[in-house]
Design a protein around this ligand. Structure first.
Ligand SMILES: O=C(O)CCC(=O)C(=O)O
Length: 372
């Protein structure tokens, strides 16, 4: 069926492409079909479309910055306060001075870009709609559930435990595996530094902190390489629609092209690409664990008219077969201020929900809230 688009150019017919082409991803579409307009499959309803703004029109708010060097210094208490505020007010912050060598970061970006530049036949060896596959190349969010596809291809790599999973990771391009291994190890270490600080900022207590840290050390870790090709009509589509992440913390590495936007006080604010830094966000599991003190925040990615963009998201949580519950130190039924706000929830239930729905809102997390 033809879709009619209402936009600045008035009413006109959208371009159609067949489903089998769409399933091969946006890069394949751009390389092989030679599009000059966004096909109807990628056109979002008017209410979900981004407003493309000039730099002067954009909200001027910047995400809070956490300097890891300062966190590990005698200034720790002050940095923990900033971290606490950032997690409460924004659910997002930028991390700088984290100690991961710039070469490790650049190699991950370069290798990731080279992976998406491989011939489709090579990339498609990993193409699957099976969300439980430890290595998965795909497009949009969920090829099965998405009515409208987003302007994004991805490679998902399960990282834990590395020894068993590694033989399944792509062996091309040359160096990709080594670069991704080193990057996954470094980001895992950084996650452990960050989450230890978060537990301290939350004041969960030494005993709870110790047992939670043991769980994180054996926890799940997923790397998602996102590729957003340049888009002829970025005002009609999205690189990723509004969503929250399921885990405790996500560490996002962006290349130099902006695109990530965070919903803050009703405005979409752009997470400026700061070379060598990570954008970190609170996930749904941390919202439950913190008993709602920290909240996972909706974010999205806008497409770019002239440049292709790449990001690498590193998602961390407890093990897949674990339960996620409010931390014992933060709930007390005898204290109105510490009333338990969330039900215990199996990680597997989150995954099951994500594989059957379009995660545009925080509806699953809302369903886990305890009513008065
Ligand atoms: O591409 C980005 O900057 C963000 C990616 C993202 O939101 C995600 O992987 O959940």
């Amino acid at each position: 069926m033809e879709k009619i688009i209402e936009g600045e150019r008035g009413v006109e017919e959208a371009m159609e492409v067949d489903d089998s082409t769409v399933m091969k991803g946006v890069r394949h579409l751009c390389e092989n079909v030679g599009i000059t307009r966004v096909p109807s499959k990628y056109i979002f309803p008017v209410s979900d479309r981004p407003q493309i703004m000039s730099s002067a029109q954009k909200p001027k708010i910047k995400l809070p910055v956490i300097d890891i060097g300062e966190l590990l210094s005698e200034d720790r208490t002050r940095v923990l306060e900033t971290l606490d505020q950032a997690c409460k007010e924004y659910g997002f912050f930028q991390v700088v001075n984290h100690g991961i060598d710039g070469v490790v970061i650049q190699r991950m970006i370069d290798s990731g870009k080279q992976f998406f530049e491989l011939p489709f036949e090579e990339r498609s060896r990993y193409l699957t709609t099976d969300t439980s596959s430890p290595v998965r190349y795909g497009t949009s969010f969920s090829e099965i559930n998405d009515e409208v596809f987003c302007w994004r291809d991805f490679l998902k790599l399960t990282c834990h435990s590395l020894d068993t999973i590694l033989p399944l990771w792509p062996s091309a391009p040359i160096g990709f595996r080594d670069d991704a291994i080193l990057y996954s190890k470094k980001t895992r270490t950084l996650f452990l530094v960050l989450i230890a600080a978060v537990l301290e900022a939350l004041g969960v207590g030494a005993g709870n902190c110790e047992s939670s840290m043991k769980e994180f050390e054996e926890g799940s870790h997923l790397l998602v390489l996102n590729c957003y090709p340049a888009c002829p009509e970025p005002e009609l589509t999205l690189g990723m629609p509004s969503h929250s992440d399921y885990g405790f913390l996500t560490l996002v590495l962006q290349d130099e092209v902006e695109g990530l936007q965070v919903l803050h006080a009703g405005d979409w604010i752009t997470a400026d690409p700061v070379p060598g830094s990570f954008v970190v966000n609170v996930g749904d599991h941390l919202e439950i664990y913190s008993n709602g003190r920290y909240q996972s925040v909706l974010h999205r990615v806008v497409a770019n008219a002239s440049e292709s963009r790449m990001s690498v998201a590193s998602l961390h949580s407890v093990a897949f077969d674990s339960m996620v519950s409010p931390a014992a130190g933060l709930v007390d039924d005898g204290d109105a201020g510490k009333r338990r706000l969330y039900k215990d929830t199996g990680f597997a239930d989150f995954i099951a929900y994500l594989s059957t729905s379009v995660p545009k809102s925080k509806s699953f997390l809302e369903s886990r809230r305890l009513t008065m």
